[in-house]
Design a protein around this ligand. Structure first.
Ligand code: 9MR
Length: 353
């Protein structure tokens, strides 16, 4: 689609993004998604890793040609940012930020408090409430504060509920600070960047059920108390054939609280070997997820988890599954990308105000 066809100020942003990546050896043909996403006022994002961003021009081209935002897949997590107590390593996060800003991409911050990828000094430490609260406030203050005004949204608390079911997860934070660690983290992030949209990010809630109900009750309580919670992230790690029918309905429950929502980690894994028929079905599944976001007024975007199938976490974590992203190991687009484009092209864009 020609950039000139994009209406209003979105076009300016998109053209600026296109110019910013026009380096001779790295020049990527602009795909259809960024311009269409801009028309809808949503982000289509992708999770990125530092090494290929630094060294792989083909990888960078896939990102800049097809997406409007990035999430750091790992490098803004606690073990990367503060591997030793009080020693911060900004090399990875700065690489992602620089890449994004040079190419006109938004950034989602991921993630501040999570039970995984904690450094040994933190996970194995023995802290009372006062000390742990101080550790949390310092980490959040340093990380969020460093990029104040440059990160659209932060996943402040990641996966606060138990894997299955409705109980809060018994992580380090819960064990020492009790359930209000969630409100405390949100306040700390808000102090560090009052303009950032602050999220709770969770999996296994997309189809409703007890876990979604429990998250809803938590979110309702936080909103009623005036805690700075602005959004709910639906991770959306789906299995081919099991993409929920009514994702939009689940999202609307949360937007009914005045919150925004986003699909934050979309992938659709397929059993090996993925056949052409399965990849065609997967395209329809990607289309449905993007349509669900476009159908919900408070849904601000969809982020895909991994740039290509060769960079996806799926084969390592789910042996026997493959092909979860919209790009193949050869960096070529798969039918899933067409599914995303179809959703954006078919749904009417909102009338510019
Ligand atoms: O994709 C990430 C993978 O590279 C890491 O090894 C893994 C470690 O836990 O985390 C993956 O990302 C996770 C994300 O941060 C939170 N939701 C689940 C994602 C997949 O595990």
């Amino acid at each position: 689609m020609a950039l000139a066809a994009v209406a209003g100020c979105s076009a300016v942003l998109v053209v600026a993004a296109a110019l910013a990546v026009a380096l001779p050896e790295d020049e990527a043909p602009q795909g259809e998604v960024p311009a269409l996403a801009a028309e809808h006022g949503v982000d289509l994002g992708v999770a990125v890793a530092v090494e290929p961003l630094l060294w792989d021009g083909g990888y960078r081209d896939v990102v800049t040609a097809n997406y409007t935002s990035v999430t750091a897949e790992n490098t803004m997590k606690w073990d990367s940012v503060q591997p030793e107590r009080g020693e911060f390593d900004w090399s990875g996060p700065d690489t992602v930020m620089d890449f994004a800003e040079r190419n006109g991409l938004d950034v989602r911050g991921h993630t501040l408090l999570w039970h995984n990828q904690q450094p040994a000094w933190l996970a194995g430490g023995s802290f009372g409430p006062q000390e742990l609260r101080q550790i949390m406030r310092e980490h959040v203050g340093e990380l969020v504060g460093r990029y104040e005004g440059r990160i659209t949204a932060w996943d402040v608390v990641n996966e606060p509920f138990a894997d299955e079911g409705a109980q809060l997860r018994e992580n380090l934070w819960y064990g020492v600070l009790g359930q209000d660690y969630i409100a405390e983290a949100l306040w700390a992030a808000h102090e560090a960047d009052p303009g950032a949209r602050l999220y709770i990010n969770e999996f296994g809630i997309e189809d409703g059920g007890a876990k979604a109900d429990a998250l809803y009750a938590l979110a309702e309580d936080l909103v009623e108390r005036g805690v700075p919670l602005h959004g709910i992230g639906f991770q959306s790690h789906f299995v081919h054939g099991q993409v929920p029918e009514d994702l939009a309905g689940t999202m609307r429950r949360f937007t009914g609280l005045g919150l925004e929502v986003a699909v934050t980690e979309l992938d659709v894994r397929v059993p090996e070997p993925a056949t052409d028929a399965e990849l065609a079905d997967q395209a329809a599944e990607y289309r449905r997820v993007v349509e669900a976001c476009l159908d919900v007024a408070g849904c601000v975007g969809v982020t895909v988890w991994g740039v290509t199938d060769g960079h996806s976490w799926i084969p390592e974590w789910f042996p026997g599954y493959t092909a979860a992203t919209p790009f193949g190991e050869d960096y070529r687009p798969k039918p899933a990308l067409e599914g995303i484009v179809e959703a954006l092209a078919r749904r009417p864009a909102p009338v510019a105000s």
